[in-house]
Design a protein around this ligand. Structure first.
Ligand code: HPA
Length: 279
């Protein structure tokens, strides 16, 4: 990546237009661990390409993360899907972590949908439960806005996050599935899972779910002018809340089983995200 993350996003957006054959996209969807079946539920891709060709992305290091992107038409909405994401815990810079959403915004996306797998802290959320993210605790110690003064077209350096997870988009999702609960997502750097003491602390601090992604991307997407929808799939009880320990392969497995249902939900909501007023 060049030293200017905003210029890098513009360059990648140009590559994206060439690779996808779409000059612009409307909505970006970032799929977390084990979520590939959700991409299939969104329909047949018009184009699929390697993120390496888009440029600016480091090589992924995690099993279950495929470094591909797809361009899919859902209704009349041009959807850019990232199959897999860049994590801080792979040793990447915060700018690399948010490069995908900045590229999406530079490619025209007015909505960014962030999905993830999480540990359930709220006892009401069992494994396999999708939850709309209402807010987050960014405990990564990082901000994607660190660095040069943002250029024209972006929000200010001291950006307001009072409504980071769009109430409008959450209402649309609940119209499609009224039983969807909402919760606060705590983002930790990982890659180790939490200790039971950390989970008790997070519960006291108001967290309902815990994971290792999403918060930084949400901040960068909002700062780039996009509306953000976050959907967290609870894949396990958080540390100390069940008799067994945590296993990454089980996390991937639960995500894989529930992902296509969440893909169906997204397919129902995506065409209305733009038509209902943000474009
Ligand atoms: N903790 C952190 N990240 C996670 C978890 C968890 O319990 N489950 C899935 N991602």
């Amino acid at each position: 990546m060049t030293s200017d993350p905003y210029a890098a996003a513009r360059a990648s957006a140009e590559n994206l237009a060439r690779l996808s054959g779409q000059e612009r996209h409307d909505v970006a969807v970032v799929l977390g661990s084990g979520w590939a079946p959700a991409a299939d539920a969104l329909g047949t891709p018009a184009a699929e390409f390697d993120l390496a060709e888009v440029g600016g992305f480091p090589a992924p290091t995690v099993a279950g993360h495929v470094p591909l992107a797809r361009s899919v038409l859902v209704g009349g909405t041009r959807v850019l899907i990232y199959l897999g994401r860049i994590h801080l815990y792979e040793g990447n810079s915060v700018h690399a972590v948010v490069h995908g959403v900045r590229t999406a915004a530079a490619a025209g996306c007015k909505v960014v949908v962030l999905t993830n797998a999480s540990g359930g802290i709220n006892p009401a959320f069992g494994s396999g439960q999708p939850v709309l993210i209402s807010d987050h605790l960014n405990l990564t110690g990082k901000s994607p806005l660190t660095g040069p003064e943002p250029p024209a077209g972006y929000g200010p350096r001291f950006t307001d996050l009072s409504q980071l997870y769009s109430p409008r988009l959450r209402a649309l999702a609940r119209q499609a599935n009224p039983s969807l609960p909402e919760g606060v997502y705590a983002a930790l750097p990982g890659p180790h899972y939490e200790t039971p003491a950390e989970i008790r602390m997070l519960r006291t601090a108001g967290a309902d779910m815990v994971g290792m992604s999403t918060a930084l991307e949400a901040i960068a997407a909002h700062h780039a002018g996009a509306e953000v929808l976050g959907v967290s799939l609870v894949t396990n009880p958080a540390a100390g809340l069940s008799d067994s320990g945590l296993d990454h392969l089980e996390v991937l497995d639960v995500a894989k089983q529930a992902a296509s249902r969440v893909g169906d939900l997204l397919r129902a909501v995506l065409p209305r995200m733009i038509a209902d007023g943000s474009a």
